[in-house]
Design a protein around this ligand. Structure first.
Ligand code: ADP
Ligand code: ADP
Length: 230
């Protein structure tokens, strides 16, 4: 997995009525290779902003973000996979073609990545579903496909913004149980936003609690539980 080093990160949003919103106030954070970090906190505390900045989707107002010593502020990094609350699958493409989309966009060899895509499908329990269309799958299955798409490029860093947030409680629980073992095996560094403190503690080795107005890391907890180590 990748190492993430954030220092002095500030994000101010300019709103239409000329009021500045300080969403992130001087965040310092180092995420070690292969660690699984969960971010929790009330709505508006800056979780999504933090993740969007690390993903290079939103411009920082100040500060540095380094991924494996590469300064990435305001520039998307090639080795990041992202999963959002909604699966964002293209309904007119098959499951397999959805997973291969990042490969296609980068003009890499799509054919050569098919076995990898099929292996990922197997790992998330969707062996043989490659030729189905998203509309033929349940919400939980579609989110598993979205995770495969994020992993196809073997990203050093996997970013997830409430990936199970739209799922019903039973499906969510099943997903978490199934995926825990997968994360352990993959060894990607993971930054994971959730509203569920229970899933944060269950999945992560470290939990950051953020507080709003302005967005800060209020608590940085190491979860010390017997669990498979990466
Ligand atoms: P979540 O709690 O899931 O992050 P939010 O409701 O905070 O969801 O944000 C959802 C989307 O709306 C995000 O893309 C965020 O950037 C945007 N957003 C949040 N607050 C504002 C705001 N005050 N003005 C404009 N866009 C906003
Ligand atoms: P969270 O993900 O923890 O809910 P966000 O990162 O979405 O928090 O939002 C942090 C703060 O920034 C909130 O006050 C939110 O209203 C504000 N915000 C987020 N996105 C925007 C935006 N696009 N424009 C203006 N304000 C925003």
């Amino acid at each position: 997995g990748a190492r993430v080093s954030i220092s002095g990160l500030v994000k101010t949003y300019q709103t239409r009525d000329d009021v500045d919103v300080l969403a992130l106030d001087n965040i310092d954070l180092t995420i070690e290779r292969g660690s699984f970090v969960a971010v929790v906190g009330p709505s508006g505390c800056g979780k999504s902003t933090l993740l969007s900045l690390v993903a290079g989707l939103v411009e920082a107002s100040d500060g540095r973000i380094e991924i494996d010593d590469q300064h990435i502020v305001n520039r998307p990094h090639p080795k990041i996979g992202v999963v959002f609350q909604s699966d964002l699958l293209l309904y007119w493409r098959t499951v397999l073609d959805n997973i291969l989309l990042p490969i296609e966009i980068k003009h890499l060899d799509v054919k050569r990545h098919i076995p990898k895509a099929e292996e990922l499908l197997r790992q998330v329990g969707l062996k043989g579903f490659g030729n189905k269309y998203p509309s033929e799958l349940s919400g939980g299955m579609r989110q598993r496909v979205a995770i495969c798409r994020a992993l196809i490029q073997e990203p050093g860093l996997l970013l997830m913004d409430e990936p199970f947030g739209a799922l019903d409680a039973l499906t969510r629980e099943q997903m978490i149980m199934d995926l825990q073992e997968m994360w352990t095996r993959l060894g990607n560094t993971v930054l994971f936003i959730t509203h569920g403190i229970d899933e944060a503690v269950f999945l992560a080795d470290r939990v950051l609690v953020m507080s709003p107005r302005p967005g800060r890391i209020a608590l940085d907890l190491t979860i010390d539980m017997p669990r498979p180590r990466r």
